[in-house]
Design a binder for this molecule. Structure first.
Ligand code: A3P
Ligand code: EST
Length: 292
């Protein structure tokens, strides 16, 4: 299975993506968003699963048992996902009762237009580029749909050039930052969530127009901590078949920290990265903290 799954990425509207997603692209493009959908958008490896579990906990009033009803990839379907052996995200969503939680990694220009037309609320979570690159490198190794990442140095080069699934991190975070000006988007940062999860969860609750009791907040904080999520099979992706993801190569819930890039970047790589970063982010007011 491994050999048939690991294939080069294909290009769709100038963005590299898994061949199996591209194959069903028409379903994505024509996807019908509903006004009460909540879209959770991220560049891969930015804490998608974490924010998804937080939002599902808020929707279920902190009821842990309800949140354990199914795997996260069924509770919060991955809209553009499709591949042999899985129902596609759009198929899952079509039969799902409202209000739906929808996961995507798409850059703004590839998002189905119905989300803009319906003026859906959206939460965008960004994480600093260096930690994303390190996390993505491990994900490429454990999730079998990816092309061989090569060495860390090779992968880092591809990441900087935007030659990875979902394309350029820089364009992704900047694109969503711009959309925030005209649409209902709550723009959050992984580093802020690590620093003060309660403060960030409060922002989410307010954005959703909900009110939660203090004891519910405490339950959410505990249940969505890295330690709890790592051992929770409904969120740690151990419910995915091992032919698709091999946690013995690298667990999905890997480290869950900020600043792990320091263990991977050489001094030279860091200098080159910083210079390239400055160039790419020139003129944008968006700032990510590389550590906390
Ligand atoms: P690392 O590989 O750096 O550990 P995504 O869900 O977007 O694929 O992101 C996965 C990354 O988020 C992984 O990063 C994972 O460990 C981290 N993560 C998942 N749950 C987390 C949590 N509750 N707290 C902190 N980090 C978490
Ligand atoms: C890609 C990004 C992401 O955030 C989560 C997942 C989970 C499901 C993965 C997919 C992915 C990458 C492609 C696959 C898929 C399961 C089968 C498919 O081949 C590995």
């Amino acid at each position: 299975m491994e050999h048939s799954l690991r294939r080069e990425l294909e290009i769709i509207h100038e963005i590299p993506l898994y061949w199996s997603f591209v194959e069903k692209w028409a379903q994505v493009e024509t996807f019908q968003a509903r006004p009460d959908d909540l879209l959770i958008s991220t560049y891969p490896k930015s804490g998608t699963t974490w924010i998804s579990e937080i939002v599902d906990m808020i929707y279920n009033d902190g009821n842990v048992e309800k949140c354990k009803r199914d795997a996260i990839f069924n509770r919060v379907p991955f809209m553009e996902m499709s591949g042999p052996g899985f129902p596609s995200g759009t198929e899952q969503l079509a039969t799902m009762p409202s209000p739906r939680l929808v996961k995507t990694h798409l850059p703004t220009q590839l998002l189905p237009v119905s989300f803009w037309e319906q003026d859906c609320k959206m939460i965008y979570l960004a994480r600093n580029a260096k930690d994303v690159a390190v996390s993505y490198y491990h994900f490429y190794q454990m999730a079998k749909a990816h092309p061989d990442p090569g060495t860390w140095a090779e992968f880092l080069g591809k990441f900087m050039a935007g030659k990875v699934a979902y394309g350029s991190w820089y364009d992704h975070v900047k694109g969503w930052w711009e959309k925030k000006k005209a649409y209902r988007i709550l723009y959050l940062f992984y580093e802020d969530m690590k620093e003060d999860p309660k403060r960030e969860i409060e922002k989410v609750i307010q954005f959703l127009g909900k009110e939660l009791k203090e004891n519910v907040m405490n339950k959410i904080l505990h249940h969505t901590s890295f330690q709890e999520m790592k051992k929770n099979p409904t969120v740690n992706y151990e419910m995915m078949p091992t032919w698709a993801m091999d946690h013995s190569v690298s667990p999905f819930m890997r480290k869950g920290i900020s600043g792990d890039w320091k263990n991977y970047f050489t001094v030279a790589q860091n200098e080159i990265f910083d210079a390239h970063y400055k160039e790419q982010m020139e003129g944008s007011r968006l700032g990510c903290r590389m550590e906390i």
